[in-house]
Design a protein around this ligand. Structure first.
Ligand SMILES: Nc1ncnc2c1ncn2[C@@H]1O[C@H](COP(=O)(O)OP(=O)(O)OP(=O)(O)O)[C@@H](O)[C@H]1O
Ligand SMILES: [Mg+2]
Length: 401
């Protein structure tokens, strides 16, 4: 901020000089006393001072002046600087001018000419005190206002954090509920079958022909396998949740990992007459955990085979950007409706269909894939159209140089 200024205007040189003298004597240490002899000069100088960032607490003006009268000058000064306190000097008791100045310039005081020096000094002193006091108040108000805004911002932020925590907790809770409901229903049902069948055999095995026994044991084997897969998936999921699965990222070739997974499905492919095209480039590498990505390919290929009718095709391909390799697994299968797509990857929502050849599943494959890809700093999502086919895409980081 520039200087602090007391501003005086009077057309009589003698008056102006004596005003300046008195004021300088009293306020000279802290204030500069600026003067002007007429309204026009006063306005110009006042504007210059404001432009220089001067602080002008007090303005004293004569009323009777040749070109611009004091009340008019003060009105215009008031427009420029409403906070400056205005004092008018009146020769005669010019009531109209004083009223004008009060109404239009928010006149602080008027002093009748000739004035007593002590009276003038006191009035100016009071005006400065009032001015400073009001400025302090305004500053405090501004600070309070700012603090309020900061507090409100903090409350908002905190509320959002709490809301996010609440949602995360709700999801964790829903996941836990789902976990137990899987154990209660999906595991219990096959166990009922196992117990029933083994009981029949153990109580009365002589009653069965070798052929019956063979079929019975095949059923037992199938059910045990399903239960075992479910258990495996549940275990993997719960270990992933607890961060208890080792993550050893290394440079791996998606082309090779996919090749290993495809070999596992050879019988399946022949049975359903489905061709898998591994169009992944043998030279493209990613930085990821081999076992985890192997599981992801197995699950996605198993789904593609399961939900594609006889005679279909599955294509594997990739594309590349600066940071990621994006891998696509596309099938020509039964696809999904938008509302079914929304249920994918969620442990709290059940969405299982049997495959086009009656293949059964646990409904956990994709939940696992999503988590596994996330552990590898990638993302997994799906695009699909009912009756047309489905494409799963996932990203994996490129190897560091
Ligand atoms: N490629 C696909 N085409 C059409 N639907 C699919 C495809 N992949 C998954 N789905 C749908 O999403 C559901 C969930 O898939 P997910 O892999 O999680 O479980 P699942 O395959 O049923 O069981 P599991 O993976 O244990 O064998 C499937 O039951 C199926 O309805
Ligand atoms: Mg699956």
């Amino acid at each position: 901020m520039g200087e602090r200024v007391i501003f005086c205007v009077d057309d009589e040189d003698i008056v102006l000089k004596s005003l300046k003298r008195e004021l300088k004597k009293e306020f000279g240490d802290d204030f500069v006393v600026e003067t002007a002899e007429n309204g026009q000069d006063a306005l110009e100088l006042f504007e210059e001072l404001l432009a220089d960032q001067s602080d002008i607490p007090v303005m004293i003006s004569d009323h009777i002046m040749p070109d611009m009268k004091g009340d008019e000058l003060l009105r215009r000064i008031h427009e420029l600087s409403p906070k400056t306190l205005k004092i008018m000097l009146t020769g005669q008791a010019d009531l109209l001018a004083v009223t004008n100045a009060i109404n239009h310039a928010s006149l602080y005081r008027y002093i009748a000419k000739p004035w007593e020096a002590t009276d003038l000094i006191l009035t100016v002193k009071e005006a400065i005190l009032k001015y400073d006091h009001e400025r302090q108040l305004a500053e405090q108000n501004r600070l309070l206002h700012n603090m309020n805004a900061i507090l409100e911002e903090q409350v908002k932020k905190r509320t959002a954090e709490l809301e996010a925590q609440k949602q995360a907790l709700a999801l964790a809770n829903a996941s836990k509920d789902k976990f137990f409901s899987i154990i209660a229903h999906d595991l219990r049902t096959p166990f009922n079958g196992l117990i029933g069948m083994t009981q029949l055999f153990s109580e009365n095995i002589e009653a069965y022909s070798l052929d019956d026994l063979k079929k019975g044991f095949e059923a037992l084997q199938k059910t045990s396998k399903t239960v075992y897969e479910l258990l495996e998936n549940l275990l993997t999921w719960s270990r992933l949740q607890r961060g208890a699965i080792d993550y050893f990222p290394q440079e791996i070739s998606p082309h090779r990992v996919a090749g290993t997974a495809i070999a596992l499905f050879q019988a399946n492919m022949e049975h359903k007459q489905i061709a898998i095209f591994n169009n992944l480039s043998p030279t493209v590498m990613v930085y990821a955990d081999l076992n985890m990505i192997n599981t992801v390919f197995r699950n996605l290929l198993s789904n593609a085979l399961k939900f594609t009718p006889t005679g279909g095709a599955i294509h594997l391909s990739e594309r590349e950007n600066n940071e990621y390799i994006e891998i696509m697994v596309s099938d020509t299968g039964i696809g999904m409706k938008p509302e079914e797509l929304e249920k994918l990857f969620r442990i709290d929502v059940k969405f299982i269909r049997v495959g086009t050849s009656g293949e059964k599943g646990t409904g956990l494959g994709l939940v696992l894939c999503k988590e596994l890809v996330a552990q590898n700093h990638g993302n997994l999502w799906a695009e699909s159209e009912a009756g047309k086919g489905t494409t799963f895409r996932f990203t994996l980081p490129k190897p560091p140089f």
